[in-house]
Design a protein around this ligand. Structure first.
Ligand code: GDP
Length: 528
């Protein structure tokens, strides 16, 4: 008999949705939760989001801007599995958070708008998935509208995203002529019947492509379908489980999320084929999910999810062992044991107190300023999970305090907000500036807003003569010391205590790199 730990691990499916804004991620999420029985009525996902927005000041800002910086975790049961869906923020300004969320999943679902095809953000996210060979399923959405020819779309995915496609379902017409999908492996036609709101789609299923019932309901479209499928099956790849699991092939499904159509077929195959928790690399060894001892890493820190508690939650992905309420965990970076009395799990849309969680699950732990993104927790072993990147910011501004007596609060606020990982703080070696770096310009507004609301500090951000930043290190301690001395006007310490070269121009950076070949200039910093 396999142990409970083994069976619980094997039934976890942890994934995220990658898509360009507007392709239908929110709608797909909502419908998947509906199939998981997590919510009664679809529509709750957006409703829940806006409830939260209304209760928190800085989320109010997001609402005004029509964007979401709030990433959350949803857990729901489906068949024998426990599915963890990690939501990724949609706006491109917040891509760093998205990237890091993708380090915490075992697979991804790519949603593509049938009319728009492969869009810019999907391309970027796909690049991130490729770094870890993340298996990807594809859902082509909005078939109830006129769109591009499905064969062209698959060509585009193959050419632009460089991943072969294996159609699992095939659409029968589209737009006004959309009649359903044919499941290639099960040889069954699922007829489309528009279903809105919280009802599951219960359209007729016709077994067999040769079934005369098909001609009865589809008329001329039945023969069209047969001809098209002959072409498709001859020209496209067959589904190959191993290739999918290695990230070398993507199974493709078609449907219309808003009509609850095509997603159940997807979910059925998802729980069957998508990988359970995979092993993870650390600096010293590979950690297997079956290991009995606990390990996990923090991939996200978020503030004020609950307006009643002005605290921050660290999101931890469990990699091995299991977590029980009240367990003691070893916080590797600071070398301390901490008792986690009040961890949160994310069943459906509510946060609940975690009784027990397994590899693949995400738990939320309260952070009082000691936890950083990338931190590893174990039962004592000194492990450090790798591959959780921090990207060099592209925009820099100097914090400008309006009330000089609030300097302490400003420093504390910036330090804490930067621990969440969306922005980075740089303190130059040679002056008292506080320079904030971000990947997107909206971040400065968010930080100013939160400083005011959460720390009671009135601050603005002004231009500063910094164009780019690189983390610096060297195997040669003496050279590094020399460099620190000679280049100190361009050096700063970041909020994690690491040394950073802040360059006024790219040319300046290039010259520094040429002058100091023994120094490594890195555009990403791994946490830890
Ligand atoms: P997100 O930005 O990727 O989260 O996309 P949303 O789920 O918010 O969807 C964007 C828009 O597309 C919304 O207006 C949805 O109602 C609409 N939409 C989503 N799925 C479908 C679909 O299957 N058919 C049609 N016609 N519209 C859809």
């Amino acid at each position: 008999m396999p142990s409970r730990h083994t069976t619980e691990t094997a039934r976890r499916r942890t994934f995220a949705i990658i898509s360009h804004p507007d392709a239908g991620k929110t709608t797909v999420t909502e419908k998947l939760l509906l199939y998981g029985g997590a919510i009664q009525m679809a529509g709750t996902v957006k409703g829940r989001k806006s409830d939260r927005h209304a209760t928190s000041d800085w989320m109010e800002l997001e609402k005004q801007r029509g964007i979401s910086v709030t990433s959350s975790v949803m857990q729901f049961p489906y068949k024998d599995c426990i599915v963890n869906l990690l939501d990724t923020p949609g706006h491109q300004d917040f891509s760093e958070d998205t990237y890091r969320t993708l380090t915490a999943v075992d697979s991804a679902l790519m949603v593509i708008d049938v009319a728009k095809g492969v869009e810019e953000r999907t391309i970027k996210l796909m690049e991130v998935c490729r770094l870890r060979d993340t298996p990807i399923m594809t859902f082509i959405n909005k078939l109830d509208r006129e769109g591009r020819d499905p064969i062209d779309l698959m060509d585009e995915v193959e050419n632009v995203l460089k991943i072969p496609c294996a159609p699992i379902t095939w659409p029968i017409g589209m737009g006004k002529r959309f009649k359903g999908v044919y499941h290639l492996k099960r040889d069954a036609v699922h007829l489309f019947s528009p279903t809105h709101g919280g009802k599951r789609n219960a359209g007729e299923v016709i077994q067999g492509l040769d079934n005369p019932r098909l001609d009865e309901v589809l008329g001329g479209q039945a023969d069209e379908l047969r001809e098209e499928l002959e072409l498709v099956m001859g020209a496209s790849n067959e589904f190959d489980l191993e290739a999918y699991l290695e990230g070398r092939l993507t199974p493709v499904f078609f449907g219309s999320a808003i009509n609850n159509f095509g997603l159940q077929e997807l979910l059925d195959d998802f729980v069957e084929y998508a990988p359970p928790p995979r092993s993870r690399a650390t600096e010293s060894r590979e950690v297997m999910p079956e290991e009995e001892k606990f390990s996990g890493f923090v991939f996200k820190i978020q503030a004020n999810m609950d307006p009643q508690h002005r605290d921050r939650i660290a999101f931890m992905r469990i990699c091995s062992g299991s977590f029980k309420k009240g367990s003691k965990l070893h916080h590797v970076r600071i070398g301390k044991d901490v008792r986690i009395a009040d961890a949160l799990t994310f069943l459906a849309s509510d946060r609940e107190h975690a009784e027990e969680a397994f590899p693949g699950d995400i738990i939320g732990i309260h952070n009082h300023g000691t936890i950083r993104i990338g931190d590893t927790f174990t039962e004592g072993e000194k492990l450090a999970f790798t591959g959780i990147p921090n990207f060099a910011p592209e925009l820099f501004r100097r914090a400008q305090l309006r009330d000089p007596l609030k300097m302490k609060q400003l420093q504390k606020g910036l330090q804490q907000l930067c621990e969440e990982g969306a922005t980075q703080l740089f303190k130059p070696l040679n002056n008292n500036d506080l320079i904030l770096g971000a990947v997107g310009v909206l971040q400065f507004d968010v930080v100013a807003h939160r400083l005011k609301n959460e720390y009671n500090v009135d601050a603005g951000f002004e231009n500063v003569n910094v164009q780019t930043a690189r983390w610096v290190s060297s195997g040669d301690e003496r050279k590094l010391e020399q460099f620190r001395d000679k280049a100190s006007n361009n050096l700063a310490i970041d909020h994690g205590g690491d040394l950073v070269y802040i360059a006024p121009t790219r040319v300046n950076l290039q010259m520094a790199q040429e002058k100091w070949p023994e120094i490594e200039f890195s555009a990403t910093r791994e946490h830890g």
